[in-house]
Unconditional design. Structure first.
Length: 282
């Protein structure tokens, strides 16, 4: 009913907000502790941009603004580097652009400049027609926990850690970031990151196959052994959605008993459980 729906929407929004805070804080402390690692794998820069835009299109649409992607010139089919970190940078910048734009558009531009033999500088820019940032705030916007001053009553969500994280991620990869903005007109954030050219044949396709659950799954039987109610609930929902038959056990002892009466094709078992742990049960 309407009331439950409203409450669920509030819970959902709040948990999303909380998740963002936790993620930002986690990333930030990892960066501070010099514990951040970058992968070196082949990826398609155009594909990453398209994916990020596809993910955020819905959010932009909800606000009545358009989100588009444009690439200029020749873009290498593959680069070597960390595609997930690149995605993280873009999601953050586009997220801000959508958040601070009430009408108009947000555009992601992609360009690649050759910078040596088999080397490129990927130039990305996120442009919006939003509220912009004052000259004074622009000086400090990359500092931790800074949020631009807004007229009273305009409560801002967020941690003020997004841009500092993006800046660190860009710089740790040998890149540069710059921001231009005019109050009331819009903002443009430009990022350049150097990459070695990659091999398109080594690009792993991810994501797409997730929705296709093999029919075989519906003929296997699974045992879930976990004392954590949340994990069990999550697994239960996933397996139900996939049409998989499953049995539940709350500890290793129950798991062993269940396996004595039935042959399971797969056992998903926690290690730390009361009465009998997962290793002993295995
Ligand atoms: P957060 O978005 O979590 O507050 P950020 O570090 O990502 O933190 O951004 C810091 C501040 O910079 C924001 O609070 C906002 O005031 C300003 N800002 C960032 N991006 C934009 C943008 N595209 N348009 C207007 N203001 C922006």
């Amino acid at each position: 009913d309407a009331e439950t729906r409203e409450l669920v929407t509030i819970i959902s929004r709040s948990s999303l907000h909380l998740k963002n805070i936790v993620n930002d804080t986690h990333d930030f402390s990892k960066i501070e502790a010099n514990k951040i690692l970058f992968e070196t794998i082949d990826f398609s820069p155009s594909e990453i941009c398209r994916e990020v835009v596809a993910i955020q299109k819905y959010e932009a649409k909800g606000k009545g603004i358009s989100l588009t992607f444009e690439q200029k010139g020749d873009i290498p089919l593959a680069l070597l580097g960390d595609p997930l970190r690149l995605k993280q940078i873009l999601i953050n910048l586009i997220g801000n652009a959508i958040k601070f734009t009430a009408q108009g558009f947000v555009t992601l531009y992609l360009n690649a400049k050759e910078s040596g033999e088999n080397r490129y500088r990927l130039a990305l820019s996120v442009e919006d027609t939003g509220i912009g940032i004052s000259g004074e705030d622009l000086q400090i916007i990359f500092e931790e926990f800074v949020q631009a001053k807004r007229p009273a009553g305009n409560k801002q969500r967020g941690t003020g850690l997004g841009l500092p994280i993006v800046k660190k991620l860009v710089e740790l990869q040998g890149g540069e970031i710059a921001i231009k903005s005019e109050q009331g007109k819009g903002t443009r954030v430009m990022v350049e990151i150097p990459y070695q050219e990659g091999n398109p044949q080594n690009i792993k396709i991810t994501g797409q196959e997730i929705n296709m659950i093999p029919g075989l799954f519906q003929r296997i039987s699974v045992l879930i052994a976990d004392d954590d109610e949340y994990n069990t609930l999550l697994l239960r929902n996933i397996l139900k959605k996939w049409g998989v038959n499953f049995t539940e056990a709350k500890n290793g002892k129950e798991a062993v008993e269940a396996s004595e009466n039935h042959i399971f094709n797969v056992i998903l078992m926690d290690i730390h459980m009361p009465e009998m742990g997962g290793l002993e049960a295995a």
